[in-house]
Write a new protein. Structure first.
Lengths: 318, 324
């Protein structure tokens, strides 16, 4: 499997950013939208290390993961706006979007819910169940907030004990809803907690997409060849509020400014310009293409019909 | 017919279904330890012990089910379910709907409860109605060996999460079980005794108490119909309403507490749909709204006994006759 080019990674990250900012503008019509602005390198870098046979579990900040996995921005926006053409036919809204066709399964917005489900997905892969493909691994995305739930310990312990092909991806974004990470954890990294479980772990600068991809490729390779779990921590920062709208009055301005200096898109863009991988004119072209894609996606979502009212009670039972 | 205890009926359903369908696997606290026969036949990949970690046991089942396996998990005692509520209620019960029908959760959750072992309220809590209130789940609570086997097989065939509650004192109770393939459909109540004066509705252990009460009522000249719900969700409304329209009187009996319980649901259903048939108010005989005690005497006092059922039913019928 070939991993996407750095230019492709840049475009993916820009697309995610534009998608999230477009929805943030609509705050009020997009109930519960939680963005991961500032965390695009985590989504793009890890997805670049996964293959189509892998399965992915994510959480309430899922748009980046979905788009990096190849989700159609129009269908994703339609879902968030509650329209019939959304991936979940409008029933999920922003908070629990899954797309089975992309291998993005069982998105839970209960903080830590994805950690409880992931071992079962990996177990099915290990047992070669009908819904899986040989050699696939499971990647579960969660944050430092979820890491403070007891389920992290239960999940990692089971994955180690049962030798499950499970890649834990912790996006340590320094915020747990409206609470600072350093108010709830004595250590700066979640990794210190899981080391006692005896699985390999690695922490990396989550805003450096090159570093994220390298680490994720190594981590996924370990899980794939050994068939055992791995813990990857991406140290990053949530640049916007917990949900939209949120004035972030509780956020230290200097801290936010420092992290924006290390914005993942800006870092990659400047690096690619400095290395001559991309020229300014090309960059402008890229920006325009992303803007056009998002404008078209937004128009598609707004044109998509509302679900039929009978859908209120369909899909409750199989 | 063969004579099997409830525990043996459950074991035979599990073995038959694991033999029939390679997607069925079972895990939980001590599952492999207590079922060496299943380990021997199906291997340690399909019959697994787990840590004492109910949240991840249930979550793992939900994840595996969504991926095409058909897990059975044993969470031992019903109060332990409170530690697994997120996976059962928020994931297994809701993620089919929230995903627009992309996933199904064919899984069975076993849990024991009921007075009789004196284990107290953290091992004995008839909390089945909590799960009836949760969308996306089915809830089963059988009363006899044949139904334990037949309903468990149906639960394993079903594509939805099924809560399978087992009264722990019924485990060693023998009963006639049809030989060979025996399947009892979910959502269908059983009329165990036909009668025209009063309907006694129950499920699980107190079905037996209703049958005993019906015999005593017969000696008083009261002809009681006894209905075993067997499945609490989906509820067999048609059988209930047909019976109440015939008898005009209803006593609902369960060991669980009354507030927002199955009895409350049935009373509401009957008042909405068969009010014109009622000759007297619906009565509920339930356990108290109190934690289950350990002391045998107190524990038994919390279970509706046959004498109380006789008094309630006879009261409805004979008072009517006096006033008529």
């Amino acid at each position: 499997m070939s991993s996407p080019s750095r230019l492709a990674l840049l475009e993916t990250m820009m697309l995610i950013r534009a998608h999230e900012e477009r929805l943030a503008k609509d705050a009020g019509q997009t109930p519960g939208t939680c963005t991961a602005v500032g965390q695009e390198a985590a989504a793009a870098g890890v997805m670049a290390a996964l293959s189509p046979r892998d399965r992915i579990l994510t959480n309430h900040r899922s748009a980046g993961h979905l788009l990096a996995r190849g989700a159609d921005p129009g269908r994703l926006m339609a879902e968030i706006l509650g329209r019939a053409d959304g991936y979940c036919r409008g029933k999920s809204g922003s908070l629990h979007v899954s797309a089975k066709e992309l291998g993005v399964v069982l998105t839970s917005t209960i903080v830590g819910g994805e950690l409880s489900l992931a071992p079962g997905v990996a177990l099915a892969q290990k047992m070669g169940s009908a819904g899986t493909e040989a050699g696939g691994i499971t990647a579960v995305f969660f944050g430092d907030g979820a890491a403070c739930e007891g389920i992290l310990h239960e999940s990692v312990n089971l994955a180690v004990t049962w030798k499950l092909p499970l890649l834990y991806v912790c996006e340590n974004n320094q915020w747990q809803a409206f609470v600072r990470r350093d108010e709830t954890m004595p250590n700066a990294q979640v990794r210190e907690w899981v080391q006692g479980h005896g699985l390999p772990s690695f922490a990396v600068d989550g805003n450096d997409v090159d570093a994220v991809r390298r680490a994720a490729l190594a981590a996924a390779e370990h899980v794939r060849t050994q068939g055992t779990p791995y813990f990857l921590e991406l140290v990053t920062y949530r640049q916007r509020g917990h949900y939209e709208p949120d004035d972030q009055a509780y956020v230290d301005r200097d801290e936010l400014a420092r992290w924006k200096e290390r914005d993942p898109i800006r870092m990659l863009r400047e690096r690619l310009l400095a290395e001559g991988v991309i020229a300014r004119g090309e960059l402008a072209h890229l920006e325009q293409r992303v803007a056009d894609t998002i404008a078209a996606a937004h128009a598609f979502a707004l044109a998509s019909p509302w679900p039929e009212l009978r859908e209120l009670t369909t899909d409750v039972y199989a | 017919m063969q004579e099997l205890t409830v525990n043996d009926a459950v074991s035979s359903a599990l073995a038959e279904e694991m033999r029939r369908d390679p997607r069925v696997l079972m895990f939980g606290e001590g599952v492999a330890t207590t079922r060496p026969d299943l380990v021997a036949e199906f291997g340690s990949e399909r019959v697994r012990n787990t840590p004492l970690a109910e949240a991840v046991i249930a979550g793992t089942a939900a994840g595996a089910a969504a991926m095409g396996l058909r897990p059975v998990i044993d969470l031992l005692y019903a109060p332990f379910l409170t530690l697994s509520m997120d996976a059962i209620i928020n994931s297994a019960g809701k993620l089919r709907y929230l995903s627009g029908g992309q996933f199904a959760f064919p899984m069975v959750v076993l849990a024991r409860t009921g007075a009789g072992w004196g284990v107290g309220a953290q091992h004995n809590h008839n909390l089945e109605a909590m799960f009836v209130h949760a969308p996306g789940l089915k809830v089963v609570m059988p009363s006899n060996a044949a139904d334990f086997k037949g309903l468990l097989k149906s639960a394993l065939h079903d594509d939805n999460p099924v809560m399978f509650f087992m009264d722990m004192t019924l485990g060693h109770t023998p009963g006639a079980v049809p030989a060979g393939e025996h399947v009892v459909p979910l959502g269908r109540a059983a009329v165990l005794r036909s009668g025209r004066d009063v309907t006694l509705v129950s499920y699980s252990k107190t079905v037996g108490h209703c049958l005993t009460a019906a015999q005593e009522l017969a000696e008083l000249g009261v002809d009681a119909e006894v209905i075993d719900l067997r499945t609490l969700k989906p509820l067999d409304e048609a059988t209930l309403l047909r019976s109440v329209r015939k008898s005009g009187r209803l006593v609902v009996v369960h060991e669980a507490a009354a507030p927002c319980g199955v009895g409350a649901e049935i009373a509401a259903l009957v008042s909405e749909q068969a009010f014109e048939a009622l000759k007297s108010p619906v009565r509920r005989l339930t356990g108290p709204d109190a934690p289950a005690p350990s002391s045998w005497v107190l524990e038994q006092a919390g279970v509706p006994q046959p004498e109380a059922i006789v008094r309630a039913a006879a009261g409805l019928v004979l008072c009517d006759e006096v006033s008529a």
